[in-house]
Write a protein that binds this ligand. Structure first.
Ligand SMILES: *[C@@H]1O[C@H](CO)[C@@H](O)[C@H](O)[C@H]1NC(C)=O
Ligand SMILES: *[C@@H]1O[C@H](CO)[C@@H](O)[C@H](O)[C@H]1NC(C)=O
Ligand SMILES: *[C@@H]1O[C@H](CO)[C@@H](O)[C@H](O)[C@H]1NC(C)=O
Ligand SMILES: *[C@@H]1O[C@H](CO)[C@@H](O)[C@H](O)[C@H]1NC(C)=O
Ligand SMILES: *[C@@H]1O[C@H](CO)[C@@H](O)[C@H](O)[C@H]1NC(C)=O
Ligand SMILES: *[C@@H]1O[C@H](CO)[C@@H](O)[C@H](O)[C@H]1NC(C)=O
Ligand SMILES: *[C@@H]1O[C@H](CO)[C@@H](O)[C@H](O)[C@H]1NC(C)=O
Length: 418
């Protein structure tokens, strides 16, 4: 062998050693599992990608993991269009079950779609649609008794402006009403907690102020087994001009006792506290911080909430303490892989789900990613429906979709004391 050739071979080896790091996962993605859906398994979480890979910064819209350019492993191309991404192979197939399906069911407006609440006695899924258009008052209802299900507008009595979170407790829908205006639907409304009796269509206000101040944007909420309502109060209604008054309170999370009327703050550390959820055993509260989407809180500030690539997009876990009235031991468990962790709910088995960008991440109780459902629209929230709560509806800007799988939701209609 000539010296020239030896040098050339050594150089070639050095170059390919640089583009293919030792330990690279290859192929990084493969089709896997039941054929009822487009399921793609990632090898070891794609933890070592071949060079040169690149995922660009998000500018105004979420840029998905699947949009990462990985020219040296064409299998990565499977990621973008998968219905389900499988990361923890064993636990993901357990939760997907024998024949998981994903269906895009309704095209909806580009507005935010939120506050999904399943009412078992009616077999209907209620959800909200926030402005635009400004002043839009009705909610939406999916009638699951129809095949295929139908979607229609719903107006309660009196109407409730801009529910941004919802849950079901003791036969009533509890709404986190996020809008505030001197005259909306003919009356004044302020952010707070409202209930709807889905059988009479009547609504009641449980809370509309904090010692005279307006809440900023009652966003998401849950009701614990004692009947206390825990809710987040970020700033979004001002950024989106769903309220006529700039924030009067810091962004915070609260616990409200409807029996006594008392409201106590439980956390003031998050930039934009958003999703909030309780573990089935009542021992842990999860709250997401979506501060990467935020804006100007001053009265003269411009509307809008621009994206900040290095801003907060974290799910935190807390322990419930002080006889069930407070939370402590805050720790981050998940940094969203896409956009911000908006909707947040806990499955019957304790798995934590968060809607973030174009999909829903399924995490274990310690924040280890098991699987992701992918959508072609930005997800705001989701809810389980049906008799055995294994049907899962997802909604967001432009779309509503349905997943059938083995992962059960918590039975809110039969919430028991701990
Ligand atoms: C990344 O995004 C920026 C801003 O949109 C764009 O200018 C740039 O060309 C993108 N880079 C690549 C490599 O795609
Ligand atoms: C990796 O990709 C780059 C750019 O596409 C290419 O120039 C290079 O030859 C590839 N390397 C290997 C080992 O395939
Ligand atoms: C209150 O809501 C009405 C109806 O959407 C709207 O026309 C009006 O501009 C709002 N007022 C303020 C101050 O935001
Ligand atoms: C409640 O509203 C629904 C949907 O608009 C309607 O079908 C139903 O008759 C109403 N119920 C009552 C008691 O008014
Ligand atoms: C983006 O978020 C980071 C981290 O919180 C912060 O330091 C930075 O000032 C933010 N940038 C803007 C433009 O708000
Ligand atoms: C703890 O909570 C229970 C049930 O909510 C209540 O009966 C009890 O009085 C509380 N204990 C204290 C010390 O407040
Ligand atoms: C998402 O996909 C469905 C069909 O699968 C399509 O009807 C819809 O227009 C798509 N939405 C967006 C925002 O691309």
């Amino acid at each position: 062998m000539s010296d020239y050739l030896t040098v050339l071979l050594a150089l070639t080896a050095a170059v390919s050693a640089q583009s293919e790091p030792p330990g690279v996962s290859s192929p990084v993605a493969q089709k896997c599992g039941p054929s009822s859906a487009n399921i793609v398994c990632l090898e070891k979480y794609a933890s070592v990608l071949p060079y040169h890979f690149f995922r660009n910064r998000t500018v105004e819209e979420p840029l998905t993991f699947g949009s990462t350019s990985v020219p040296n492993d064409t299998s990565f191309g499977l990621v973008q269009d998968a219905d389900f991404l499988v990361f923890d192979h064993e636990r993901a197939f357990e939760l997907l079950g024998d024949s998981p399906t994903y269906d895009f069911v309704f095209e909806v407006s580009p507005a935010v779609h939120e506050a999904p609440v399943y009412v078992p006695s009616l077999n209907k899924l209620f959800m909200s649609q926030l402005a635009p258009p400004p002043g839009y008052l009705p909610q939406l209802v999916v009638d699951l008794n129809q095949d295929p299900p139908t979607l229609s507008e719903y107006l309660s009595d009196p109407p409730v402006y801009a529910p941004n979170g919802g849950t079901f407790y003791n036969g009533l829908i509890y709404w986190g009403a996020s809008g505030g205006n001197l005259s909306i639907g003919g009356t004044e409304q302020r952010p707070g907690i409202r209930t709807l009796d889905p059988h009479t269509n009547k609504t009641t206000t449980l809370l509309n102020n904090y010692f005279g101040y307006y809440f900023n944007c009652v966003d998401d909420l849950f009701v614990d087994a004692s009947g206390a309502v825990w809710f987040t109060d970020p700033f979004y209604s001002w950024f989106n001009r769903l309220t006529d008054t700039a924030p009067q309170l810091p962004a915070a999370s609260y616990r409200f006792d409807p029996r006594t009327g008392s409201v106590s703050v439980v956390d003031t550390s998050l930039h934009e506290p958003n999703g909030i959820a309780l573990s089935p055993d009542g021992k842990h509260v999860y709250i997401s911080d979506t501060g990467a989407v935020s804006g100007d809180v001053t009265p003269a500030g411009p509307p809008g909430s621009p994206w900040n690539q290095t801003g907060a997009r974290t799910v935190f876990k807390f322990d419930v303490v002080d006889n069930g009235t407070k939370i402590a031991n805050k720790r981050p468990i998940w940094l969203s892989q896409d956009w911000v962790p908006d909707g947040l709910k806990v499955a019957a088995n304790g798995y934590v789900l968060t809607g973030a960008g174009s999909g829903v991440d399924v995490l274990d109780e310690f924040g280890v990613l098991i699987a992701r459902v992918q959508t072609n629209y930005t997800v705001q929230n989701f809810a389980w429906v049906g008799e055995d709560l294994t049907e899962f509806w997802i909604m967001g800007n432009n779309g509503v979709s349905r997943v059938r799988w083995g992962l059960k939701g918590q039975d809110l209609a039969n919430l028991k004391g701990y």
